[in-house]
Design a protein. Sequence first.
Length: 270
Amino acid sequence: MPSPPSPALDAFKRARPEARFPEEAVIRIHLNASLLALALAGPALAETAAPGFPALEASQAAANGQPGPRSLPAHTVPVPQADVSPAAQALAAAPYRAPSWNANPPDDAGWRTLVAKLADGALPGLAKAREQLGVTMEATTVGGVKAFVFTPRTMPEAHRDQVIFNIHGGGYVYGPGESGTGEAMLMSALGGYRVIAVDYRMPPDAPYPAAMDDTMAAWRAVVATTDPRRIGVVGTSTGGAGWPWRLCCARRQRACRCRPPWRRARPGRT
């Protein structure tokens, strides 16, 4: 079913006519916009549509009559109907992932089981998206570290000697292997870049600082063959929180020949 019109998406397509947009990507764009509009319109909708608003207003005024924590009424957010496709409605109505980010398995075996379950669940959707977006994924090693290289169907001439170095998120535990490549795939497909996604080691099998060591090893291998001025470093959540700082530390290390802070001696380690 055709997706509803989107002026912003149409403008992007005119600017990047070579880009391809699968239904799922368009669905998510419209879904996010619809949910945002619904959230912003929530108070106004309550005043106009809720028959018990005067009583609700009085109870909330009483609950929030003194300085301190604010009280909010419980409410249900409906699934958008008017401006999204049936597929987007199904996506919005889907059950929440369980367990979510507050998961706390009791031991290493529990963590391995949880991470593998979530990773395996992501693989079919990623394979379908790669096919629809027209990107290829090649498993490789970079600096002795596992990685994936994404290449778009079409690449602008200006991007031929450029590369994006991607560090996936996941709280240092989620997104191993192919399951952590969604961001790299989209940057390659929609941006027209070659993207190297680092599959750094993670706990419980590879505790700190294995993830940092792997990422730095891969980075050094990439800059050994590519002009650093032609490399973009991109990461979100865990991938964007600390890695730029560590790259800066590595640069300082070269200048002063000192050990980076995550490699300094700690009790029990030299």
